[in-house]
Design a protein around this ligand. Structure first.
Ligand code: NDP
Length: 282
């Protein structure tokens, strides 16, 4: 079976560089999709309280007969629970939904600088408690911009192990990624396939034809070669399998340059801007 490389985080824990994302997979379909992914060989699942499907993730792992330690599982704090007491309760609910006694990685999903008086630092301190008591093996953030990371650096004790941010060929998000590289914060690239749009790009299709691989494999391989952690989402079994076959080929030296030329700067962003995003689900 394919061996997925692992990356050492700044707290010495290791994370599989390739995982399976479950955003927008309906709760009722999640266990099935995760079961397919586990059968293919994925051992890293990225979920979140906001996705409403943590339960299906835990169920599929147990149904596969895998030990808890065999699968790396990430979840994220939902936007409505930033106050420390609310964060503590929400974290407990995540463990209860998953039916785990720990998660491998727990993230603040969005910094929400427009809400909570802009105070994501006290939320982060609650996550530091979860790490200290071992219920989150690693802690990190998501959608944090440089200014948000700088604030944590000056006001908190633990440096986030990861920052999960939007990155794909149309939106390289280089400033945030470079900050992570300089400060020992691993970059997790969300929407690695630009939500599926990248597979029709003529430049990608051309590279894929030359390499004898699919467009999705080319783009995911590019992420892997530049050191990012990725977890493409799919509910399509053939694609779940396709997205896992990344470790038996390499891109040509010029390919990365060509892929990075597709960057559209700020207009390539598909998701909301973290400075202004203030969505709280009810
Ligand atoms: P992706 O870039 O992973 O794209 C998913 C889309 O691409 C789906 O429509 C899927 O279709 C399609 N697709 C998948 N594989 C292929 C393939 N081989 N060929 C063609 N099309 C393909 O976007 P996501 O937004 O889902 O991001 C991935 C993960 O990142 C999420 O699941 C989540 O875990 C995380 N994420 C985190 C965010 C955050 O704020 N922290 C925000 C967004 C995502 P289909 O399913 O129909 O096969």
């Amino acid at each position: 079976m394919t061996q997925v490389p692992t990356i050492e985080l700044n707290d010495r824990n290791r994370i599989p560089q390739l995982g399976f994302g479950v955003f927008q997979i309906p709760p009722s379909a999640t266990a099935d999709a995760v079961r397919t992914a586990l059968e293919v060989g994925y051992r890293h699942i990225d979920t979140a309280q906001m996705y409403g499907n943590e339960r299906g993730v835990g169920e599929a792992i147990r149904a596969a007969g895998l030990d808890r330690g065999d699968v790396y599982v990430t979840s994220k704090l939902n936007n409505g629970f930033h106050e420390p007491d609310a964060a503590r309760r929400a974290f407990e609910r995540s463990l209860a939904e998953l039916r785990f006694d720990y998660v491998d990685l727990f993230l603040i999903h969005w910094p929400l600088p427009m809400l909570y008086g802009g105070d994501f630092v006290s939320t982060w301190k609650a996550l530091e408690e979860f790490k200290a008591d071992g219920r989150a093996r690693s802690i990190g953030v998501s959608n944090f911009e440089v200014a948000h990371l700088d604030r944590l650096a000056s006001e908190a004790d633990v440096v986030p192990a990861v920052n999960q941010i939007e990155v794909h060929p149309y939106f390289l998000n280089d400033e945030v990624r470079a900050y992570g590289e300089a400060h020992g914060i691993a970059t997790e690239a969300w929407a690695p396939l630009a939500k599926g749009r990248i597979v029709d790009d003529p430049a990608i299709v051309e590279i894929a034809e030359r390499a004898g691989r699919t467009p999705a494999q080319v783009v995911l391989r590019w992420h892997v070669e530049r050191g990012s952690i990725v977890f493409p989402k799919s509910v399509t079994p053939a694609r779940i399998a396709e997205n896992f076959e990344l470790f038996d080929f390499e891109l040509e030296p010029d390919d990365a340059e060509r892929i990075e030329e597709l960057d559209r700067g700020p207009s390539g962003r598909l998701g909301p801007h973290p400075d202004t995003f203030d969505y709280v689900s009810t």
